[in-house]
Design a protein around this ligand. Structure first.
Ligand code: ASP
Length: 332
């Protein structure tokens, strides 16, 4: 029987309503996952470990590194890993693990639920069973499994805080769909070298959305914010306002102060292309990097990762468009 390690990190799946206001809070449900879903033992030889029990809003880069280290230390002992995690920030953790854990020889599958496992109408049971089952297959990368879809982790976004189908993958097809059987769709990653745990994160990164008519002073103020990386969520294919040039000037100033500036898009789907409009040309002229077709979550985690792992801004810029774990589609 395949061996699977479940690492519990928190999230709704393991929560119960707490007094006095019955707000959902992480509790001691994580250690009893196997008692609550005993059918898991018919799918695989399962071990569980509780790494932490947090609402995912409190999961930080140090937790990503701890989780990566825990998986790396046990990688030779298991055929697959399942990480139970809150849905809110799950795509950030998935992206982070995909960068930290290079060429994993086994699947690493994050899952969670919209309703607690203790609830009669929980989606957690099906997600957990599906994730453990998929962890026994040959998907050698970091994935998110939710409501019948197996997604590349660094391509996934939380799309709904209501629907059981909470995640989608706007710019990359699902790896597989689970229904009455398993239907493989996109080709999973193939290892490009030996497995290794590599790198760390610099959290001094921000994402700021451009608004119509926003004054340049808002951007000028960021010069004193101690940032090493900034992602500007621009319009359409990555357009900045050209207007009086003041926003472009404020952003250029940030770059001259050593901030690595990335321009992304407010559109859900599609890729950044600086060649199409004047606003994109301006982004290119001032020295911004385009976010290609990366999700905002993955682009921000990648910026933290490259800043935390490489020596200087020059190296970060050189590495930016190189895919690490299938997180972007190369331009044609
Ligand atoms: N607030 C929860 C979390 O992200 C939501 C969930 O798990 O669905 O930890």
């Amino acid at each position: 029987m395949a061996r699977v390690l479940i690492l519990h990190t928190g999230g709704t799946l393991g929560m119960r309503p707490r007094r006095p206001d019955r707000a959902l809070a992480p509790d001691e449900f994580g250690p009893t996952l196997l008692e609550n879903v005993p059918e898991l033992t018919t799918i695989a030889d399962v071990d569980t470990r509780v790494l932490f029990q947090l609402d995912s809003s409190d999961v930080h880069p140090e937790h990503w590194v701890r989780l990566g280290r825990e998986i790396a230390d046990s990688i030779a002992d298991y055929d697959g890993f399942v990480v139970t995690h809150g849905t809110d920030a799950m795509s950030y953790t998935a992206a982070a693990l995909s960068f930290l854990l290079r060429n994993p020889p086994v699947p690493i599958i994050l899952t969670g639920s919209q309703r607690p496992l203790a609830d009669a109408r929980t989606d957690g049971r099906a997600n957990l069973v599906g994730a453990v089952d998929l962890a026994t297959h040959e998907f050698r990368e970091v994935c998110i499994y939710f409501d019948g879809l197996l997604l590349r982790g660094n391509r996934a976004r939380k799309r709904s805080s209501f629907a059981f189908s909470a995640f989608d993958s706007p710019n990359f097809p699902p790896l597989a769909e689970v229904g009455a059987g398993l239907r493989k769709i996109a080709e999973p990653l193939a290892p490009r070298g030996p497995f290794r745990l590599h790198g760390s994160f610099d959290p001094c990164v921000a994402v700021v959305r451009l608004l119509p008519g926003q004054p340049a002073s808002a951007w000028q103020a960021l010069a004193g914010a101690g940032l090493r990386g900034l992602i500007v969520e621009a319009f359409g294919v990555g357009n900045l306002p050209v207007g009086d040039g003041s926003i472009g000037e404020a952003l250029r100033h940030l770059i001259t102060r050593g901030v690595v500036l990335v321009v992304g898009s407010q559109a859900q789907k599609g890729r950044v292309d600086f060649g199409l409009y004047q606003g994109g040309r301006l982004a290119e002229q001032i020295g911004a990097l385009g976010a290609d077709d990366m999700t905002p979550e993955t682009a921000s985690v990648k910026l933290m990762y490259l800043l935390g792992t490489l020596d200087d801004a020059k190296q970060v810029k050189r590495a930016w468009h190189e895919p690490i774990a299938g997180e972007l589609t190369a331009a044609e």
